[in-house]
Design a protein around this ligand. Structure first.
Ligand code: ATP
Ligand code: MG
Length: 557
């Protein structure tokens, strides 16, 4: 987990402290630079918390910058969803920027490299370029076009920009070193021809810059001091520096790398998540099983639980796999503190209380949340006919079964003590109804003679209960480490067939007033959120997480 420095905090905090002290930077500027080619996932949340968090901590700025240099995959829908997700997590960007706003500057810098003999137009196709890159042990081969004159390069680059040539027929490459031990430095491509409309610049350009070429310049234009990216870019850092050192940029950012977040039982790549959406394996980007921020929101996660998760897993320089149970632990702890308790029966079994007056309904007082600093109460109706959970009854119970069975006495939460007197079956022998008797002296749940009753059941009164669709979610994949798939298998081969179970539940009438986004604890079943699909006459609730504590602080240390 996190490597902490002597002064506390992550290694990046330490770098920033040193930079402020030495005067290399006077104000910290960071950025979160998503490519708008999909919705954000929990891995992005880690990067968001890190970049915005550092800016906050050191009194600096963090920009939200869309790295929209590839028109083929980018869409405005994604831009809007990303803005929404960053805001929802609770962060405010200093400036909203688009890499596409800088296309003129990139182009100017490409010309600077051409003029200095540091870039050339290559007539080789993508295949030839790849084949001549060499390997880790062998140097690459120089392109036959590498030694073109500045004039010729200038002319060809202009004509590339004017649309004279086909896609893939020519590229602009940096002229660095085809024998460089770092393959990224072997004359990387700077510009390619793409005859595609861009979501913001339309048909203005048919030349688009490559990520490595553009990224450092974007940082330099914005005055970014600490450009934080994931580990796989460590090998690109020499290139990042080369681009900045060889043109007249307005500032000199530096790149630092941290380990990306990987979670058990899930995939974390926009490309794969997009496939799940387009192949209708999930209902959309915000399907509550998705590791996207919008999916987690719909699942019932709060911004604070996600931020706490990101803070607690910390920032390190070694990749690791974080248990999804830890994310669940974060939301469970918060909801245990904040969510009101309500009664809901997911698999109802009818109970008739034979000695309770017919037609009578009592209003009982129920405490909303025993964890709350200030106690608040609501009314719940009780009557002769109620529903309990089917598995709260057993005809031939094992020894330590403290729930209902023939002849046993249990407490109905907030109500009375009842004893089961009879079991009614249908033709096939299935139990369809129970008969009970209640102790009228036990209102509130305690017997006047102080006799011990161990089990407490949740229930709903039959005539006031509301029907609700309850969606129970499980992990989307069956493999703990999705990076360890068997050879020849696809991540879709590991889908969990039971990741969604929909049940028709009965819930207490107070939920009729609950609107989308409200969260509750159902006794014994876990924490639930009212879904956006919910209507007062057709409630829909999603289970955020069960009550079971399978992951605790103790396990972490
Ligand atoms: P994906 O592979 O899911 O498409 P990406 O890295 O290509 O992710 P970008 O839009 O380029 O997605 O990412 C924006 C920022 O989020 C980058 O700085 C990237 O390093 C960071 N990021 C992406 N995935 C993770 C992750 N799993 N953990 C931490 N940071 C991440
Ligand atoms: Mg990317």
């Amino acid at each position: 987990m996190e490597e902490r420095t002597q002064q506390g905090g992550s290694f990046i905090e330490q770098i920033i402290r040193d930079d402020l002290q030495s005067g290399r930077v006077s104000k910290v500027v960071t950025r979160f630079p998503p490519e708008p080619n999909g919705y954000l996932h929990i891995g992005h949340a880690k990067s968001i918390c890190l970049n915005f968090g550092l800016a906050e901590q050191f009194g600096g700025d963090c920009n939200l910058r869309f790295d929209d240099t590839n028109p083929a995959k980018e869409e405005t829908e994604y831009v809007e969803s990303i803005k929404r997700d960053v805001s929802w997590l609770g962060f405010r960007w200093a400036h909203l920027r688009f890499a596409s706003d800088y296309f003129e500057s990139f182009h100017r810098w490409a010309l600077e490299l051409i003029e200095a003999g540091r870039a050339y137009v290559d007539d080789q196709g993508p295949e030839e370029i790849r084949a001549s890159r060499g390997t880790l042990t062998e140097p690459g081969r120089e392109s036959p076009w590498r030694n073109r004159s500045v004039e010729e390069n200038r002319d060809l680059f202009r004509r590339m920009g004017e649309g004279e040539f086909d896609e893939g027929s020519r590229v602009l490459r940096a002229r660095i070193d085809m024998a460089h031990p770092n393959i990224n430095m072997r004359d990387p491509v700077l510009y390619r021809i793409l005859k595609k409309s861009h979501h913001r610049t339309g048909d203005r350009w048919c030349l688009y810059p490559m990520y490595d070429f553009a990224h450092g310049y974007e940082d330099a234009i914005e005055g970014v001091t600490h450009s934080i990216c994931t580990l796989e870019f460590a090998d690109h850092r020499p290139l990042y520096d080369w681009f900045l050192e060889n043109v007249s940029v307005p500032s000199r950012p530096r790149q630092y790398e941290f380990a990306r977040l990987n979670l058990t039982y899930t995939v974390m790549s926009k490309r794969k998540l997009l496939q799940l959406v387009t192949e209708k394996i999930v209902s959309g980007w915000d399907d509550p099983r998705m590791p996207t921020i919008s999916g987690l929101r719909r699942r019932g996660y709060t911004p604070s639980a996600i931020r706490r998760f990101c803070a607690d897993i910390g920032v390190s320089k070694a990749n690791s796999l974080v248990d999804i149970e830890f994310l669940q632990f974060c939301i469970r702890e918060e909801l245990n503190r904040d969510a009101d308790r309500v009664m809901a029966v997911l698999d109802p079994l009818k109970v008739v209380i034979e000695n309770y007056p017919e037609g009578q309904i009592e209003e009982l007082e129920a405490l909303n949340n025993p964890e709350a600093a200030e106690a608040t109460y609501r009314k719940i109706p009780f009557g002769r006919e109620i529903f309990i959970e089917r598995d709260d009854f057993m005809e031939n119970p094992p020894k330590k079964f403290f729930r209902l069975s023939p002849g046993s006495e249990v407490r109905l939460k907030h109500a009375y003590l009842v004893t089961c007197t009879d079991v009614i079956r249908d033709g096939s022998g299935r139990v369809v109804e129970l008969r009970c008797r209640y102790d009228p002296e036990s209102r509130g749940g305690e017997a006047p003679d102080g006799r011990k009753v161990k089990g407490t059941l949740h229930w709903v009164e039959a005539s006031h209960a509301l029907a609700a669709e309850v969606r129970l979610y499980d992990r989307l994949f069956t493999l703990r480490d999705m990076d360890s798939m068997e050879e020849g298998k696809d991540y879709r081969d590991y889908l969990n067939a039971d990741s969604l179970r929909v049940v028709s539940a009965l819930v207490e009438p107070s939920l009729g007033q609950a609107g989308p986004g409200e969260r509750f604890q159902f006794l014994r079943h876990g924490y639930f959120i009212v879904d956006d699909d919910s209507r007062p006459e057709a409630l829909v609730l999603n289970r955020t997480v069960s009550l079971k504590e399978s992951w605790s602080k103790a396990q972490r240390s």
